[in-house]
Design a protein around this ligand. Structure first.
Ligand code: HSE
Length: 440
């Protein structure tokens, strides 16, 4: 198609939508210089009008409150979905695809739930569906997984992909503050939502992991198919004991190819060696480590959220779609997940993982307690690597910390069920899985 100027419509003028419009309008000449693509922002949908934003002037006929002014508009070539949520975004994107529009979205929740259907629809209608900003905001990770690692079998992915949790864990580690206090600060700073559930329960990270797994392994999985555990149980005690043991706690999204050709998928707080690069990714930053069979470990680092970092990824997707339009071909949707072909790879249950564990029991300080716990662990093939017990302070209970050698999750859970039956053990243990492989 010979089209000298590509017209763009944006659904949603919140934080990211504003950043995208700023780049499209204020940096239009830079975009043409860098990419040889001429873009024009035709329409922006803001539900409640009028609206204005600092740092950007839009022509009055550009703003509309009606999303169909974008998805049904014959002048618009690329629809950028930034309204978030699932239901409305799903129906608007479908309608835009049926109208032949190319799509750019940052909506991981939508793709985690409806990705397979939407990519197949896009393929049928020969339009591109780009989603770089859906995972790790401004960090390029989707395109590298689609293009740059094709000579590799992806062996594992370790992602710090939720900036809110990373900010909270960093503050807890560096300032000694408790979870509840740091959550309040994160909310005041605008990192955490008023309802922080999606972030602190690990669901946001899990949605992003489904996209990374789809790209790396061609497996279309949903969040309820794997183990997802957030950071709400992480206390100052765990942070401090982890430090004493030489570790830092991070919320990690993990995917690993196993020897039997299945993939481990899990999101949970994880102990990382304190000297490792990932352990030192602080504040609201994100990082994704991809280990490939040929390339070895790689690390992608940057801002995983925020107006301009996320807008950077969205505009790069818009430019890619514009180039496809000018070349008269849609971006190839080559991966199995997108084309609906079956992958040979299955997801292995959490019971089958083998890892090292940090455990903290609260126990009565009596003779034989350590021996009883150790004997149950031993009977379940779990070997203890180190033990710490602190002197009791004015209570008859003490914390007993253990780090194990490699053990199977199934064995660990069976052992814990038995240990909880001991009268001397008070409440459930704190259990945090350890990843020593991430030691670079
Ligand atoms: N709420 C996410 C985070 C950003 O804290 O990283 C959007 O995915």
């Amino acid at each position: 198609m010979d089209k000298s100027c590509i017209n763009v419509g944006i659904l949603g003028w919140g934080t990211v939508g504003t950043g995208v419009s700023k780049i499209l309008v204020n940096q239009n000449a830079l975009i043409s210089k860098n990419s040889s693509v001429q873009l024009s922002l035709k329409k922006v949908v803001k539900r409640t009008l009028p609206a204005s934003r600092d740092g950007i002037e839009l022509p009055s006929d550009c703003l509309t409150s009606d999303p169909y002014d974008v998805v049904d508009n014959p002048e618009i070539d690329i629809v950028v979905e930034l309204i978030g949520g699932v239901s409305e975004a799903h129906s608007l994107i479908k309608r835009a695809i049926l109208n032949g529009k190319h799509i750019v979205t940052a909506n991981k929740a939508l793709l985690a739930e409806h990705g397979s259907e939407l990519f197949q629809l896009a393929q049928q209608h020969r339009v591109s569906l780009n989603f770089e900003a859906s995972t790790a905001g401004g960090i390029p990770i989707i395109k590298p997984l689609q293009e740059s690692f094709t000579a590799n079998q992806i062996q594992s992915i370790y992602g710090i992909v939720n900036g809110t949790c990373n900010y909270m864990l960093t503050e807890m580690n560096e300032r000694g503050v408790d979870f509840a206090d740091v959550l309040k600060v994160a909310q005041d700073k605008g990192y955490a939502e008023a309802d922080p559930t999606l972030d602190v329960e690990g669901i946001d990270a899990a949605q992003k992991l489904t996209l990374l797994i789809a790209l790396a392994y061609g497996v279309n999985i949903s969040v309820d198919q794997f183990h997802v555990e957030g950071i709400t149980d992480i206390s100052q005690q765990e942070i401090q004991y982890a430090r004493e043991l030489g570790y830092v706690i991070k919320l990690l999204a993990i995917a690993k190819l196993t020897d039997d050709n299945s993939v481990e998928a899990r999101v949970h707080p994880t102990l990382l060696p304190a000297r490792s690069l990932l352990a030192n990714v602080g504040g609201a930053y994100n990082a994704v480590c991809v280990i490939g069979s040929a390339v070895g470990p790689t690390l992608f680092f940057g801002q995983g959220a925020g107006e301009m970092p996320t807008a950077s990824a969205v505009v790069a997707d818009i430019i890619d779609a514009a180039k496809s339009i000018q070349r008269g071909v849609s971006s190839p949707i080559s991966h199995g997940w997108f084309t609906g072909s079956k992958s040979e790879i299955s997801i292995s249950p959490i019971d089958d993982i083998e890892t090292r564990y940090y455990l903290r029991f609260v126990v009565l300080d009596r003779p034989g307690v350590l021996a009883s716990i150790g004997s149950i662990l031993g009977r379940h093939n779990i070997s203890i690597s180190s033990v710490i017990q602190k002197e009791p302070h004015c209570t008859e209970t003490v914390s007993l910390m253990m780090v194990t050698h490699q053990a199977r999750e199934k064995d660990m859970q069976a052992a814990l069920a038995e240990i909880y039956k001991l009268d001397v053990v008070k409440g459930d243990a704190k259990l945090i899985r350890i990843e020593d492989e991430v030691d670079f």
